[in-house]
Design a protein around this ligand. Structure first.
Ligand SMILES: [Fe+2]
Length: 594
């Protein structure tokens, strides 16, 4: 049975193809259209999925859309009527922004793909999030919590799921919290207030939070109060997102927190204003964490289950995830590689397969690499035409060469196998570098990533030695599998891991099991043999404002436009002539560590 899942028309559209119960391909439209966060109907992603298995649209048994447009329409209309007359100007814009073409989605899918309307099915938004989190996790029974800005009505849901080898799969929802009461909208409101892009830059708030003190927690608590039933409610006097598409926050919000940040001015943490913004970030982060921990703890008490699956965009908050693991009582917390709306494409297809069609349970591959594969020969051809230094080398020789490059402080663009699905580079489209010095961090920020200096870089470390460098609690390696948790760097290693240690001594570490990305794992070991520390800085392979690279040509274009020294795709290694001429620095680390 061939089931295509689609998420589209909000932000970060994606398609995923499930064949006989197993995902075979999933890709975000932005990776193919090269338009970051592309919200368009994902025609390129759909084509890529169908091509991957060599089928035509008429061979699809179902096409599943990741939410129910009429429920969303109901929510927007109801909110507009409640807020009338303030909302009458905003209503058409809200309709366009939040709903757009979705109302007609059955017809759009049907006409684009030529499939009959009866084959087009719908799941609820939070069902899609729940399915993406639970059905891809290696657990047969778990509590499930999903949290985001908003889907149709739900903004947070709690429930459980069960997979039986010879029986039905169930995903139950116990309760939900409904719009406009939303943890995601609370966080996004601060994202806007702090001058960042909503739905895109929430992780910058988390990064900034480490520079501040939660001195404004009491003020943030005025915005969100706990209700007697254990849920929460926003005080809508401080917000405007529910009445207008123009602003997230009201004048009362400004009275409480002071003037908002101008997005075009850098945050200067040496000024009082800069510190106020950092304190705002720290305070909303603390309140978000506290609320999620309390909700998760109650869910643990209710279910008595050891495993929790987390879904929705809020599950991208690695600091909150680590606190949930530490404080909620759950022994393991699973977050999929794409917990946000793109991941709903997989979730919708799997939900449909297991629950709508009642197909048998399957154990799924436990990795994020669902996209198109990179072609090293394409890179070799392009680079030779341009007169670069090109080598084709294989297996150990390639790994040794790249390890030498990294030990010589060269920055490496690393492309390998199938593209990651989700926002994180997990070892197939990464920029890799030595993690030891602040100079390397500053060089990456200045010459390659062009981003705010307060944002940390992440490390990758082999599973076998992760505990030596990072203070990862029991169950934490699971969160760290897809970079979904933030954990302390061990104090004694911080001075030698400066480029990946955040200001508060933590890192969003990826713990790599050999089977998931064998070549990167081999590279870490080879690097460790040279330097004594098998840890690399691993950041997504893209420039600011661009999506992560997909094909070799995009990696090559990025390589040409910034100061990456070495580019690898499959078996092909390309080095800039200027990088080849730089003197190899003497490696001092080897002597320091036995
Ligand atoms: Fe969502």
């Amino acid at each position: 049975m061939n089931i295509l899942g689609i998420s589209a028309h909000y932000h970060d559209s994606a398609a995923a193809l499930v064949v006989d119960g197993v995902p075979v391909c999933a890709v975000q439209e932005e990776r193919l259209s090269r338009h970051k966060g592309d919200p368009a109907f994902p025609l390129l992603a759909i084509e890529s999925c169908l091509q991957h298995v060599g089928i035509e649209p008429n061979e699809l048994d179902a096409v599943v859309f990741y939410e129910r447009p009429m429920l969303k329409f109901d929510r927007i209309l109801t909110c507009a009527l409640r807020a009338f007359p303030q909302s009458w100007r905003a209503f058409p814009k809200a309709m366009k922004n939040s709903l757009g073409e979705k109302v007609w989605i059955r017809g759009i899918i049907s006409s684009h793909l030529g499939v009959p309307g009866r084959k087009v099915l719908f799941t609820e938004h939070h069902q899609s999030h729940a399915a993406a989190a639970f059905l891809t996790a290696p657990t047969c029974r778990a509590a499930i919590m999903t949290a985001d800005a908003v889907g149709e009505w739900a903004t947070l849901s709690v429930g459980d799921g069960e997979r039986l080898a010879n029986g039905p799969t169930t995903i139950r929802r116990f309760r939900e919290i409904r719009f406009p009461h939303s943890l995601g909208m609370l966080y996004s409101t601060f994202t806007a207030y702090l001058g960042f892009k909503v739905n895109e830059d929430e992780y910058k708030v988390m990064g900034l939070a480490a520079y501040g003190q939660p001195t404004l927690v009491e003020q943030v608590r005025k915005l969100i109060r706990r209700t007697p039933d254990g849920a929460f409610a926003l005080d809508l006097n401080y917000f405007e997102f529910h009445t207008t598409a123009e602003h997230c926050y009201s004048s009362r919000f400004i009275e409480l927190f002071g003037p908002s940040r101008n997005p075009y001015e850098p945050i200067d943490l040496d000024t009082e204003e800069g510190r106020r913004f950092a304190d705002c970030a720290a305070s909303v982060q603390r309140v978000l964490e506290d609320t999620l921990v309390q909700l998760a703890r109650a869910l643990h008490e209710e279910t008595g289950l050891p495993d929790l699956c987390l879904g929705g965009g809020v599950a991208l908050n690695g600091v909150a995830n680590a606190r949930i693991l530490a404080e909620s009582g759950f022994e393991r917390v699973f977050v999929p590689p794409a917990p946000g709306d793109a991941g709903c494409a997989i979730g919708a297809a799997l939900y449909c397969d297991r629950i709508c069609f009642g197909n048998p349970d399957r154990d799924l591959p436990d990795h994020p690499f669902w996209g198109p594969s990179v072609d090293g020969s394409e890179l070799a051809r392009l680079a030779r035409e341009d007169g670069h230094f090109v080598e084709d080398c294989y297996d150990d020789a390639l790994i040794d060469q790249i390890a030498d490059d990294l030990a010589a402080d060269r920055i490496v663009g690393w492309m390998e196998g199938a593209l990651e699905f989700g926002p994180r580079a997990l070892g197939h489209r990464s920029i890799l570098a030595a993690p030891h010095t602040t100079e390397m961090r500053d060089r990456l920020n200045r010459e390659i990533k062009y981003r705010e200096p307060f944002r940390p870089f992440a490390p990758v470390v082999p599973l076998e030695v992760a505990a030596r460098y990072f203070d990862i609690p029991p169950g934490g390696t699971r969160l760290a599998r897809f970079m979904s948790g933030v954990f302390p760097v061990r104090r004694e290693w911080r001075s030698r891991l400066q480029a990946i240690t955040h200001v508060d001594g933590t890192a969003r570490v990826q713990v790599l099991e050999p089977a998931m990305a064998p070549r990167l794992h081999a590279l870490l070991e080879a690097y460790g043999q040279r330097t004594g520390i098998p840890v690399l800085l691993n950041t997504s392979f893209n420039l600011a404002g661009e999506p992560i690279v997909n094909r070799a040509v995009e990696g090559y274009s990025t390589f040409l436009r910034c100061r990456i020294d070495v580019l690898v795709a499959g078996e092909t290694r390309v080095m800039k002539r200027t990088s080849a001429m730089t003197k190899t620095p003497v490696n001092t680390l080897k002597k320091e560590v036995a």
